[in-house]
Design a protein around this ligand. Structure first.
Ligand SMILES: Cc1cc2nc3c(=O)[nH]c(=O)nc-3n(C[C@H](O)[C@H](O)[C@H](O)COP(=O)(O)O)c2cc1C
Length: 118
């Protein structure tokens, strides 16, 4: 049996649904230590070049997760505009929720998902 974990979503209502029959096999392009770049920024840059060249929609879109002082995580999509001195730069309003949470806690997480590329 696979291990099952749950996350608590604030204000969720009682509703049961199953999506566990939807599955895809990803086998075309294996990735591992042997072929990985030593520099993760170089690796990222290579992947981003492939994503842009492939013509997929919004290759620079990334999920940005932040956690403010109330310790509750938030997530949203933003667009990567630049990488400078190993900083991933996006544009946003300082007064937004993400702006305030980053003020409260500088740690965050970025996730790119290029579904069309395997
Ligand atoms: C594809 C996509 C790209 C987005 N890019 C940005 C962006 O670069 N900057 C931004 O502030 N919001 C962007 N948004 C809107 C955010 O996802 C979000 O709704 C908004 O910034 C408010 O987030 P917050 O209330 O958590 O701060 C984008 C949304 C989508 C779907």
């Amino acid at each position: 049996m696979p291990e099952c974990k749950t996350v608590q979503i604030k204000d969720s209502c009682a509703m049961d649904k199953k999506y566990d029959k939807i599955r895809n096999e990803y086998r075309q392009k294996p990735f591992g230590k042997k072929i990985a770049e030593r520099d993760p920024f170089k690796q990222f840059s290579d992947w981003m070049d492939v994503a842009i060249d492939s013509g997929i929609k919004e290759p620079t879109a990334m999920a940005l997760a932040t956690v403010g002082k109330n310790l509750q995580p938030s997530n949203r999509m933003v667009l990567l505009k630049e990488i400078r001195n190993d900083n991933f730069i996006f544009y946003s309003n300082y007064d937004s929720k993400k702006g305030k949470q980053i003020d409260e806690n500088h740690f965050g997480s970025l996730l790119f998902y290029w579904a069309e590329l395997e």
